[in-house]
Design a binder for this molecule. Structure first.
Ligand SMILES: [Fe+2]
Ligand SMILES: [Fe+2]
Length: 324
């Protein structure tokens, strides 16, 4: 399927006052204009490919070091490495498309010229991320894409079909983008292909601005929300976190390499075992630090996660800060 059409009822807010009203939002807009880059010109596309054919470090393959891994040939390991890269980049490139669409809706639906100007820059940023990841997939991975995972599709359907800008912002700028940032950080530091490292580093330059929008725009709407509205926001925040933290396993990549159902069960058991031993260095270093620290702290600081949902977060391995 080449495209998907999502119905989306929205009110478009037409502003008449274009003076600066929110200084901090306007300065985020200034930073966005200053720090634009060009995916055609600023990425060293002629970087030679790694001679061993790997795109990621093998340590980033879930089953690295497991009994199954140890039995695999060099050729199979390289193929798995590339397929897992293709799977992860597919998830990310769909996320960039979803972000592009959500931000174009935000240009319409947010109130305030400063907010609209900033969102216009995020539209360009997300188009560039969509472009640069697609070009990497075409250049290095023969254009191999995997289908959009169910959880990601459901999350973006919700973001794109809910008419309220703050629901889009909670799910996109604060939850989904924090998840993407963790992935990009991991790849910027651990990719085996220097070209992939550079692509990820460039994308990351834009991301802190995007989260900044959420942190600047949301407090006012949260302060003005009724208790019922607040608990709806909190509920939605939890659902978004659950969607990004589950269902992120590249089962199709393993299947394409010829893994049987029994072998897949072994792979999943190995992953669970490693996670339970808290032994997965890459995961611990990046996901725990970013997802669990910056995202959860930010959401709790905004009042979007409270004691009420502590057990629900604990089930995902997330500890709510004590002050929340
Ligand atoms: Fe992006
Ligand atoms: Fe972004």
């Amino acid at each position: 399927m080449d495209r998907r059409v999502i119905p989306s009822p929205m009110d478009t807010v037409f502003e008449y006052d274009y003076s600066v009203k929110a200084e901090d939002m306007r300065s985020l807009y200034e930073k966005a204009k200053r720090d634009q880059w060009n995916a055609s010109r600023d990425i060293p596309w002629d970087t030679p490919e790694p001679s061993d054919g790997r795109t990621l470090a093998d340590e980033m393959v879930d089953i690295y070091g497991s009994p199954i891994w140890n039995k695999m040939s060099e050729k199979e390991r390289v193929e798995l490495n590339q397929r897992i890269t293709a799977w992860r980049l597919s998830v990310l490139v769909y996320g960039e498309q979803g972000a592009l669409l959500a931000c174009s809706q935000l240009v319409d639906t947010v109130s305030g010229t400063d907010q609209k100007f900033f969102q216009a820059t995020q539209v360009v940023d997300e188009a560039r991320h969509n472009e640069v990841l697609e070009r990497y997939i075409a250049t290095r991975l023969n254009g191999l894409h995997y289908p959009m995972p169910e959880n990601e599709r459901v999350l973006f359907d919700t973001i794109l079909s809910d008419s309220r800008w703050y629901i889009k912002t909670i799910a996109l700028q604060l939850v989904a983008e924090t998840f993407a940032v963790s992935m990009f950080k991991m790849m910027a530091e651990c990719a085996h292909d220097p070209l992939l490292q550079e692509v990820c580093r460039r994308i990351l330059q834009d991301e802190s601005r995007h989260m900044g929008f959420g942190m600047l725009a949301l407090p006012e709407v949260i302060r003005g929300a009724s208790p019922a509205e607040r608990s709806e926001m909190e509920e939605f925040t939890c659902v978004a976190i659950e969607k990004v933290l589950t269902g992120f396993f590249p089962v199709d990549a393993y299947r394409d390499l010829g893994f049987s159902d029994a072998q897949l069960r072994e792979v999943q058991a190995y992953r669970r075992d490693v996670a339970a031993r808290n032994d997965y260095a890459v995961f611990r270093k990046y996901f725990k630090r970013d997802m669990h620290t910056s995202m959860v702290n930010n959401l709790a600081r905004l009042g979007l996660l409270t004691e009420r949902v502590r057990p629900r977060l604990a089930a995902l391995g997330i500890e709510l800060p004590a002050a929340a």
